[in-house]
Design a protein. Structure first.
Length: 492
């Protein structure tokens, strides 16, 4: 097993894509579950802090160490099985999402939950319950995890299959591979009408596996994943539509969303049923114009949408979309409609590029990312959007807005140019997150809490819920060695 201790060799492990910085003594690279078990047994007895990392594309500082040792999963990168007949895969946590998708393609299989950044590890996506554009139709990563193998801080192994073990009301009993019983009490956490990755997933009578999905490395190290697959769609309609006003773009999103929900209820095959509904404001388009010069000059908003289709339904579905675009004054003559696979990939890159450009801008100024990750109830989206814009405009800060608007999930990224602007932006950021919580939504729809958003978690849940979540952490990791500083204020 490789261990690196030279600081110049481990610099890359001291930050993530949010540009949060940390420090550690060494990076260790286990190659299998047994090695993870022995590392954790030793760390637990010596009380050494371990921070587990995937490919460090996270945006909340979750994989950034606060001292101790970083455990990188990059050598655990084997796809162990792709079962075409039963449509599942078993993988190690260090498999790159892009490599996984490449393997599935020729088999005509499909794994929808991709978090925009394909350069992440599958273990990281499960640990954060990541979601992305296709979450609008298919839900977050959680909905595709049907089994996990996880090593607890003690070095005990836990193997969980979905549908096998459930809490009894709020009492949860876990049995390790060595037949040790662990009893946990889970808090009652209200289910939200939005996506949510704030804190542990806790529900009455919940499936035990769900506690560990999205636990951001704090409850154990994922060493194997069993993932559900779907048959690949025959074809996908993909288009980027430009609008002269923000209102039109948002109304288009709203109506496409409602139509999609109706189609799902009515199970109609020839109707609007979006796979993805992604929004870009004027400043996001301006930010991208250098890389995509054919963005129309007068565009004030844009929507990238996708819908799965087959040969038979494609013409009728395309007509339905054209009618809807016309109804909302979309600029059809300058919009982009994918004619082939290359165009489709270009639109995916268009969406990905806005996120990477923001991250690059922030790192070039040596600042931490101040991008909102909140989601609000659907009926609040428009009102909320214009209030945000108004608030940020008043400060004079540069900003861009984009996001998974089908899920009413807004990434407003402020782009401070100096420390003073950063402070203004930080205050505004906190206030906006609090308003999102107040509206019945969340401040952390997909990026988790990590090290950067803990204070907001304590605003979202009351003291009782937080102390019960903390009790779960303490029971499963009594020496507090795993991913310290993530989620809880109590830890440094
Ligand atoms: C340009 C860009 C766009 C993005 N867009 C999205 C998006 O649309 N949706 C979204 O959800 N995210 C998005 N992200 C964030 C990021 O890609 C996801 O959070 C991703 O799931 C993190 O994977 P990773 O392998 O990089 O994990 P890391 O960043 O290395 O780790 C993330 C967390 O998971 C824990 N962890 C990692 N591996 C394990 C393991 N094996 N066992 C236990 N814990 C583990 C870490 O401790 C940490 O807390 C984006 C990032 C970038 C850079």
């Amino acid at each position: 097993m490789i261990i690196k201790t030279e600081q110049n060799e481990i610099q890359d492990y001291l930050k993530d894509a949010s540009n949060t910085n940390g420090y550690c003594e060494a990076v260790i690279y286990p190659e299998n579950t047994d090695e993870v078990i022995s590392i954790l047994k030793r760390a637990n007895s010596e009380k050494t802090k371990i921070t587990v990392c995937g490919n460090r594309t996270g945006l909340s500082g979750g994989s950034v160490p606060n001292g101790g040792i970083v455990l990188s999963t990059e050598k655990m990168n084997r796809i162990l099985e792709i079962n075409e007949e039963e449509q599942f895969a078993i993988v190690e946590p260090g498999v790159l999402l892009s490599d996984f998708l490449k393997e599935l393609k020729p088999r005509k299989l499909y794994y929808p939950p991709d978090p925009t950044e394909l350069n992440c590890f599958l273990g990281g996506t499960v640990a954060t319950n990541a979601s992305g554009s296709k979450t609008f139709k298919y839900g977050p990563t959680r909905d595709f995890v049907i089994g996990i193998e996880i090593v607890l801080a003690s070095g005990d192994l836990l193997v969980l299959d979905r549908g096998k073990y459930f809490a009894k009301n709020f009492d949860l009993s876990i049995t390790t591979a060595d037949q040790k019983r662990i009893e946990l009490k889970i808090p009652s956490v209200k289910s939200l009408p939005t996506k949510n990755t704030a804190g542990y997933f806790c529900r009455e009578n919940m499936d035990v596996i769900d506690l560990f999905i999205g636990s951001e490395g704090t409850l154990g190290i994922l060493t194997k994943l069993k993932l559900k697959l779907l048959p690949a769609p025959q074809m996908v309609l993909s288009a980027v539509i430009f609008f002269n006003s923000e209102d039109d773009g948002l109304n288009f999103i709203e109506e496409s969303r409602n139509e999609s929900f109706n189609s799902r209820i009515n199970k109609s095959s020839i109707s609007i049923d979006a796979l993805a509904l992604e929004y870009f404001d004027k400043y996001a388009l301006d930010f991208l114009r250098q890389d995509f010069p054919n963005i129309p000059e007068d565009a004030n908003s844009a929507v990238w949408f996708e819908q799965e289709m087959d040969e038979e339904s494609s013409n009728s579905i395309t007509d339905l979309w054209i009618n809807l675009i016309e109804k909302h004054n979309g600029d059809l003559s300058h919009s982009w409609i994918a004619m082939n696979e290359k165009d489709k990939l270009k639109f995916i890159e268009f969406r990905h590029r806005i996120s990477t450009k923001v991250n690059e801008f922030i790192s070039s100024r040596n600042m931490r990312k101040l991008g909102t990750d909140f989601a609000v109830p659907d009926e609040e989206l428009k009102k909320f959007y214009f209030k945000l814009k108004n608030d940020v405009e008043k400060t004079g800060l540069d900003y861009v807005i984009y996001g998974h608007f089908g899920n009413s999930h807004i990434h407003l990224n402020m782009l401070p140019k100096n420390a003073e602007e950063f402070e203004t932006a930080k205050k505004l950021y906190d206030n906006m997150c609090l308003s999102a919580i107040k509206s019945g939504g969340t401040f952390a729809a997909e990026h988790g809490v990590g090290k950067n958003k803990k204070a907001l978690l304590y605003e979202m849940y009351d003291e009782k819920v937080m102390s019960e979540m903390w009790k779960i952490k303490q029971t499963l990791d009594p020496n507090l060695i795993l991913c310290c500083g993530n989620i809880f204020k109590t830890e440094s």
